[in-house]
Write a protein that binds this ligand. Structure first.
Ligand code: SAH
Ligand code: SF4
Length: 424
């Protein structure tokens, strides 16, 4: 979501006649687009602001903007700590960034954290510069209240964009050369509920599937309770729709799931996965886990390990629990020591590596269609791309292939990536 908002910022400024700076030293305006999900992310921003304060002592005309969730959460506190900041732009005012930063007026900082929840821009002049993949906002905010999560507080209640607007945007993108879109929402599985038309994510996927020129549709993120079988049916029946799903479990023990207020039990999670595999046997499932939630005992953590194995996640994002002010869990004692959190984090990742490796090796000998993203980071003579199920594929090729599709024969795999040869 933040990457998408950053694309919007860049696009909106380019449209207003500005151009991207080479680096911080060269910039007239620096925007820190922030995340509040964990304290660690916030601390990184605070230390960056210290560095930028010193840069502004040299370049006194530099403008510094703090945007996003931290801006929304901390508001004026940021400017009290960092007087060098010119604008604090909350999540409800994202669309106003150009007007607010170019407004003439006195010195001093503006704090804009009002606005209706997470109001996104009506129109998205993304900085896409020939990119063939684009993030498209399907909804903002979230109506769930998971005990650990600050998202509903800083991004507000769920607001779905009407299907017609989403489709019009994707049609325009495809006319511009986009071939792959990723539909975004904090809880995209609840898309449409607030629109009161009785239509959900499966309807949206069907409607987007009709857009001419579009090749692939990916979507993020699904809450297990809110994801219905109509979505699995769409994954099975609509060839453009992703064969992979991001379906965070967060934990494997009923005690922890209840304390997290996730709204499902371990058994319900596993039966959701079984339903998915009935529809799409090869579906690749990516999860999120939090280790060290208040009260998590070793037995609870073992349940998380076994859930990971039983589900057969292709990959997982694992986070150490971080208490967030204003959430329900902030009132609970953060009683799992840091060294225990770190060990559980490592144990879960180690198990995930084994599970991922086994899954990736099952691709060896298969031919897959890959959307080419660009040169691989490690070797400029190799390309990196992704399958419809979001598996990362590395193969030799020319950087001119970026933004196109390739057929690739897989001959090897690690836990993280598949290695292949392009079919001429
Ligand atoms: N909407 C998504 C999650 C958005 S936040 C969902 O419901 O699945 C992304 C991930 O950050 C979460 O899935 C969770 O694993 C992690 N996370 C959120 N709050 C956290 C916290 N307080 N401490 C540690 N990890 C957290
Ligand atoms: Fe946060 Fe996701 Fe739960 Fe919403 S569904 S409160 S975004 S973890």
């Amino acid at each position: 979501m933040n990457v998408m908002d950053s694309h919007f910022f860049e696009g909106a400024f380019v449209e207003a006649g500005l151009s991207a700076a080479v680096g911080a030293q060269d910039a007239d305006l620096i925007i820190l687009n922030t995340c509040s999900v964990r304290e660690h992310a916030e601390n990184k921003v605070l230390s960056r602001l210290g560095v930028l304060t010193r840069l502004k002592e040299v370049n006194t005309s530099l403008k510094i903007v703090v945007a996003g969730c931290m801006a929304q959460r901390m508001g004026g506190e940021i400017t009290r700590k960092f007087p060098a900041v010119d604008l604090v732009l909350g999540t409800g005012r994202i669309a106003d960034i150009v007007a607010l930063t170019t407004a003439k007026g006195g010195a001093g900082c503006m704090v804009c954290t009002d606005g209706m929840g997470d109001a996104g821009p009506e129109r998205y002049p993304y900085a896409r510069a020939g990119a063939a993949h684009a993030y498209v906002c399907a909804m903002r905010g979230c109506d769930n209240f998971c005990a650990y999560c600050i998202v509903p507080k800083v991004r507000g209640r769920q607001v779905s964009r009407p299907a017609a607007k989403i489709i019009a945007e994707i049609e325009a993108l495809c006319a511009d050369g986009v071939k792959v879109v990723t539909l975004l929402g904090q809880n995209i599985s609840a898309w449409g509920r607030d629109l009161g038309e009785g239509r959900g994510l499966a309807f949206l996927l069907e409607a987007v599937h009709e857009v001419a020129g579009l090749e692939w549709i990916k979507f993020l993120t699904c809450h297990p309770r809110d994801t219905d079988t109509a979505v699995f049916e769409a994954m099975r029946d609509l060839p453009k729709v992703a064969s992979g799903i991001h379906l965070p479990a967060q934990a494997g023990s009923d005690f922890v799931l209840r304390a997290m207020k996730r709204g499902y039990t371990r058994r319900e999670y596993l039966s959701k996965v079984a339903q998915l595999r009935d529809f799409v046997p090869q579906a690749s499932i990516v999860g999120d886990f939090i280790v060290g939630f208040p009260g998590e005992r070793e037995a609870d953590f073992n349940d998380t390990l076994s859930l990971l194995e039983e589900t057969g996640f292709r990959g997982s994002f694992v986070f150490k629990y971080s208490p967030r002010p204003g959430t329900a869990a902030a009132h609970l004692a953060d009683d799992v020591p840091m060294d225990v959190k770190a060990r559980r984090n490592n144990d879960l990742l180690a198990l995930q590596r084994d599970v991922s490796l086994a899954q990736n090796r099952s691709f060896i000998g298969r031919r897959v269609r890959v959307f080419v993203e660009g040169p691989s980071r490690k070797n400029p003579d190799e390309l990196t791309g992704r399958t419809l199920g979001d598996e990362v594929v590395i193969f030799a090729g020319s950087r001119r292939e970026a933004g196109s599709f390739a057929q690739v024969d897989i001959f090897d795999a690690s836990a993280a990536v598949l290695f292949g040869r392009e079919v001429p």
